[in-house]
Design a protein around this ligand. Structure first.
Ligand SMILES: CC(C)(COP(=O)(O)OP(=O)(O)OC[C@H]1O[C@@H](n2cnc3c(N)ncnc32)[C@H](O)[C@@H]1OP(=O)(O)O)[C@@H](O)C(=O)NCCC(=O)NCCS
Length: 204
């Protein structure tokens, strides 16, 4: 388990190779992303926003946007997935996750820009989240989605998640997976940093 060094969020950035051959950067949201992130949510289709937030929403309310850009507050974290489009860093996806130390659980939600869906980006981002969960020392990874959300259910199934009823809401289904990632299998910067910290502590 690691204590995130929030003064150097950029250490936790990852570059993923996509099946299309392109590369995707996954990095923590920074305060400078506020406008871009809001623009990203506004540009999602009504259906994608509904699926992401489990209800109708045209944009992120100010308070929620504030939470998104203050990474690490209340053990909650936001990442953006970006690509270079015509030389400009463009947000093509995002995820928000929370780590609950008492239960070693990692809860998350994610979305991919409609124009970029169906190209393996969601799958890549989810794999990266699994690695980030492992770096926290999480034992369980889970999320809730609408029972009607075939894309998220398909992605979760393909990624090896099991399904169970979501506590308290029959419209939702919970997808859950045991975290047993070995560092050499799925590398991410957070995992490398965690491993370094453990080695350092052991040597001290
Ligand atoms: C769910 C979501 C994140 C998937 O992202 P994506 O980048 O389109 O998914 P990928 O291209 O990586 O697909 C990976 C796998 O997921 C499954 N999948 C993706 N879209 C699917 C769809 N429309 N129907 C069924 N399965 C689907 C497939 O198994 C796919 O594998 P394949 O490409 O070999 O067929 C995306 O559709 C999204 O952002 N939706 C709106 C927001 C949302 O629903 N968030 C979930 C809230 S927790």
């Amino acid at each position: 388990m690691i204590a995130l060094r929030l003064n150097d969020l950029r250490q936790h950035s990852d570059i993923l190779r996509l099946r299309s051959g392109g590369s995707l950067t996954v990095r923590f949201v920074e305060p400078r992303d506020a406008q871009g992130l809001q623009g990203y949510f506004r540009s999602l289709s009504v259906r994608s926003r509904y699926n992401r937030f489990l209800g109708a929403m045209s944009e992120l309310p100010r308070t929620q946007l504030d939470h998104f850009i203050h990474v690490g507050e209340d053990d909650r974290f936001s990442v953006v997935a970006t690509m270079l489009v015509d030389g400009i860093e463009t947000v093509v996806g995002e995820a928000r996750y929370a780590f609950e130390p008492d239960t070693a659980s990692f809860e998350f939600g994610l979305s991919i820009d409609d124009r970029w869906q169906g190209q393996g980006i969601g799958e890549g981002l989810l794999k990266n989240l699994e690695c980030r969960a492992a770096a926290f020392g999480a034992k369980r990874l889970f999320g809730d989605t609408l029972r009607s959300n075939a894309a998220m259910i398909g992605l979760a199934r393909k990624s090896g998640f099991a399904f169970l009823p979501s506590p308290g809401d029959w419209k939702l289904v919970r997808f859950e997976k045991h975290v047993d990632v070995a560092p050499q299998e799925i590398a991410c910067a957070s995992w490398r940093l965690a491993a370094e910290q453990i080695t350092h502590q052991a040597a001290a």
